[in-house]
Write a protein that binds this ligand. Structure first.
Ligand SMILES: Nc1ncnc2c1ncn2[C@@H]1O[C@H](COP(=O)(O)OP(=O)(O)OP(=O)(O)O)[C@@H](O)[C@H]1O
Ligand SMILES: [Mg+2]
Length: 239
């Protein structure tokens, strides 16, 4: 579905990705793990074709989506036509809109039955249903995180990119979030998951890649990476 070949990306003159290669098959959950500043968010922003200054400039390599290069694809077409959606770090819900308005707005690419999808999202996140009329900026951090994922579901994407979806969630809500992602994947959604919580991400994912200062330094099935002594020491707190 997605093939990233020797991708290089820079912020101004500073190269942040030094030739990153990885692939994602349809129906997979693939996780990118790595330390702070490794280039995980940069990779997701480059895939979405987001533009500088917040996002990097792609300076080399290529990204293929279903076999076609997407380097010239405009960001709105990445969402609307290729049906890739990013839930960015820090959520970015519309603070002055209600929960239900946030969700409905996200359905602009969705030519299907938005009402049905809304019910589906409320089924996944009953907390959002309880707070349907509440303004986005008055939701708790965890509720905003659910709303951000709910918006992605409303967009009917086929490839979902998640940047730290567990950030700020209590252990119970984190567990629920991961269970929801597993459920969405079972229903056919392909997911690229960036996570600080590498252990949980590797348990959930079919495969994983380890990024270190802009390069892929290890890859394997979630299980293999969880069992690897080097990965354990460097990224999983040594246990
Ligand atoms: N808008 C920007 N302008 C300049 N440099 C940036 C910008 N965004 C990120 N960088 C730099 O690019 C490198 C990779 O950052 P990135 O945000 O991709 O890391 P990350 O792996 O997502 O880290 P974290 O786990 O802390 O979120 C870092 O050195 C960072 O300082
Ligand atoms: Mg990041």
């Amino acid at each position: 579905m997605l093939q990233v070949n020797n991708l290089k990306a820079a912020y101004g003159k500073i190269e942040a990705l030094h030739g990153v290669s990885f692939s994602v098959n349809q129906g997979e959950i693939v996780t990118l793990i790595g330390s702070n500043g490794a280039g995980k968010s940069t990779t997701l922003k480059a895939l979405m074709r987001l533009q500088p200054p917040e996002s990097p400039t792609v300076t080399g390599g290529n990204i293929f989506f279903h076999g076609s290069s997407m380097l010239k694809t405009e960001p709105h077409n990445v969402v609307g036509k290729l049906r890739m959606t990013l839930v960015p770090e820090g959520r970015q819900v519309f603070g002055n809109l209600s929960v239900v308005e946030n969700l409905t707005l996200a359905a602009w690419t969705n030519k299907g039955d938005a009402k049905k999808d809304l019910d589906y999202v409320f089924g996944l996140f009953p907390r959002l249903a309880d707070r349907m009329k509440q303004r986005g900026d008055t939701l708790s951090g965890g509720e905003q995180q659910m709303l951000a994922v709910g918006r992605a579901i409303m967009s009917k994407c086929t490839l979902l990119l998640l940047d730290e979806p567990s950030m700020g969630l209590s252990p119970l809500l984190m567990y629920e979030m991961f269970r929801t992602l597993k459920e969405l994947n079972k229903q056919g959604l392909t997911i690229i998951l960036v996570e600080q919580n590498a252990r949980m991400a590797l348990r959930l994912a079919h495969r994983g890649y380890v990024l270190d200062t802009g390069e892929i330094v290890a890859q394997g099935t979630g299980e293999d990476l969880l069992e690897s002594p080097d990965i354990k020491t460097a990224y999983l707190g040594g246990h």
